[in-house]
Design a protein around this ligand. Structure first.
Ligand SMILES: [Mn+2]
Length: 331
């Protein structure tokens, strides 16, 4: 990685911000809480410093995140004209392909910068503030507030909390460290309404999600002596419910959280045909190599891939690969 997370990078970013007339902020496709929360918190920081910002996104803001202050400010890349002397800043974007249709706009800007926390990020800006150990992009944005001695307002606190809590599974992933809680101390002091927003983020479900779940749970398959569980959803079901693609998010938990399960898959049919798989495993089991077998990727315990076959055949291939992986990894 041709990047460093140090004072020099933060200084270089500050100089680029000062020199720019306008800062275009980019989140990634299929935006999540961290992408949206960190981008919005970054724009609040820059505006507080007297800069003009524009938020750009290829996609829509999920309904469940439409409480984020400023969520409606995201524009489609086609609706944004790149101003002269603009700084393009990608936040939580692990590689340039994750910008989707925003990519030409990003590269057109006078200068490009990246603020991210994916260890695999190649550093696709001229300035790359990347910390692969940070559990969320929000951690880097918080550090910028501190480095640039800017106070955190109530809106920014909500954006940063949303980003940090969603990327850490509500503070339970391996990546959680003491810094998360010192950030939380700062956000609570800034007036974060934790009870209200933790309920919205981690308890409240959209009706379409519960309907997808109700359709999907009867498909539960448990194989390999209870160590592998799988679920599947077809497009016919999705269309009948009127669910959006993001309504499948979180369904995989019902497979991997089953007692005794070490690996899980969730097969959901894509609108254009073929099957998308979400894969999960429990430490010490790894799932990333299984995803890679089918041209996918991700993290050790959370990965994904696609197989362009009908449901039954795709599931048979994944199950065979999971059984082989389970046996290969058994001590
Ligand atoms: Mn993230």
């Amino acid at each position: 990685m041709k990047t460093m997370t140090n004072d020099l990078t933060i200084q270089a970013l500050q100089s680029a911000v000062k020199a720019a007339d306008c800062i275009l902020l980019f989140a990634h496709i299929s935006p999540d809480g961290d992408a949206l929360g960190s981008t919005l918190a970054m724009s609040l920081l820059l505006e507080q410093m007297g800069k003009r910002t524009q938020l750009v996104l290829d996609g829509t803001v999920p309904g469940q995140l439409q409480f984020l202050p400023g969520w409606e400010r995201f524009s489609a890349p086609g609706d944004v004209q790149c101003p002269d002397n603009a700084l393009a800043l990608a936040v939580d974007v692990s590689c340039i392909e994750r910008m989707g249709a925003c990519r030409p706009l990003f590269t057109t800007a006078a200068q490009q910068a990246v603020v991210d926390h994916h260890a695999t990020n190649p550093g696709f800006g001229q300035i790359n503030l990347i910390d692969g150990k940070a559990p969320a992009a929000a951690v880097l944005v918080y550090r910028l507030y501190q480095a640039w001695e800017q106070p955190i307002g109530k809106d920014a606190a909500l954006c940063l909390y949303t980003a940090l809590s969603t990327d850490t599974g509500n503070f339970i992933y391996d990546s959680v460290n003491a810094e998360c809680f010192s950030i939380m101390e700062g956000l609570m002091k800034a007036g974060l309404d934790l009870a209200e927003y933790s309920r919205r983020l981690f308890r409240t479900k959209e009706l379409s999600f519960v309907r997808v779940l109700a359709e999907t749970l009867p498909s539960l398959r448990v194989i390999a002596d209870g160590q592998i569980a799988g679920l599947q959803t077809t497009m016919e079901q999705m269309n009948r419910i009127g669910a959006d693609p993001y309504h499948v998010d979180g369904v995989i938990d019902y497979a991997i959280d089953l007692e005794g399960v070490n690996m899980a898959y969730y097969a959901h049919e894509k609108p254009e045909g073929g099957i998308k798989f979400s894969l999960r495993s429990i430490e010490p089991y790894r799932i990333d190599a299984v995803a890679a077998l089918f041209g996918g990727g991700g993290h050790r315990q959370a990965s994904g891939c696609s197989i362009d076959l009908p449901m039954e055949e795709a599931v048979a291939q994944i199950e065979a690969a999971l059984i082989a992986a389970l046996e290969g990894q058994r001590a």
